[in-house]
Design a protein around this ligand. Structure first.
Ligand SMILES: CC(C)(COP(=O)(O)OP(=O)(O)OC[C@H]1O[C@@H](n2cnc3c(N)ncnc32)[C@H](O)[C@@H]1OP(=O)(O)O)[C@@H](O)C(=O)NCCC(=O)NCCS
Length: 210
């Protein structure tokens, strides 16, 4: 659900975070790169500015309702650069992780994937994503997210990854089910859309059973 969420993870003090991370050698691999077929999933960088802006701009209309932060912070290249700098800084403090799915042969940006609302005490995180209309509906997102989830469970050590979506978003619900998430329930009045409507969201969760 949504893109960048400005809500910070309020659960840990900086001290306890440091302890968790220094104990976790696995965490040193957080700059993950996943290669499959002709694609790569890698961290989004500030240097991706133009391709990232184009991806958002091509999909702006369909992102409007549920990617409020992204749409409002990417109106032009200058604003988008500030936004990317902010996202990257959040990654450095282990609060937020943005990734991009890229076609290796054309360098086209296919999809954006992020980990947000991280709670390192469990540890658990929310996953969000959007796919360029040109590449959506072909099963590619399902494949990428499945690989991404496996990698995140293994390398970040999450016990749980969850996804939130609106009842009207059938592709997201199908995606969640095809990626091994189970429907956990509906949380009422959970999200304010760009138009200001406060809506209920369906929560899907996938546990790390290993
Ligand atoms: C949700 C989203 C990421 C799914 O990506 P995708 O590329 O369509 O995913 P896939 O191609 O892997 O398809 C997943 C399933 O959804 C189905 N699906 C895709 N588009 C659909 C549509 N418009 N209506 C109904 N089902 C749809 C696919 O058919 C597939 O099911 P199937 O394998 O049974 O055919 C994409 O639709 C999107 O970017 N939406 C806008 C942003 C968004 O809502 N993100 C989700 C926030 S949690």
């Amino acid at each position: 659900m949504g893109g960048y969420n400005s809500k910070s993870t309020s659960l840990q003090s900086a001290g306890s975070l440091t302890a968790i991370f220094s104990d976790s050698l696995k965490f040193k691999n957080y700059r993950l790169v996943i290669n499959f077929e002709n694609y790569i999933i890698r961290p989004l960088e500030v240097s991706d500015l133009e391709s990232y802006f184009d991806l958002v701009d091509r999909n702006r209309k369909r992102l409007e309702d549920f990617f409020t932060g992204t749409v409002s912070r990417t109106k032009d290249l200058v604003e988008t650069e500030m936004f990317l700098i902010e996202l990257t800084a959040k990654r450095d403090s282990k609060q937020y992780f943005p990734f991009i799915l890229v076609d290796n042969s054309t360098n086209e940006f296919i999809a954006f994937i992020d980990l947000k609302n991280l709670d390192w005490t469990i540890p658990k995180t929310e996953i969000g994503c959007y796919t360029d209309t040109k590449f959506a509906g072909k099963g590619l997102t399902t494949k990428a997210i499945n690989l991404f989830l496996d990698y995140c469970f293994e390398h970040f050590g999450f016990k749980k990854i969850y996804l939130r979506t609106h009842y009207s978003n059938k592709p997201a619900q199908t995606l969640a089910e095809k990626c091994g998430f189970e429907k956990e329930g509906i949380i009422r009045m959970d999200y304010k859309t760009t138009s200001g409507e406060i809506v209920d969201l369906i929560y899907y969760g996938r546990l790390n059973n290993k």
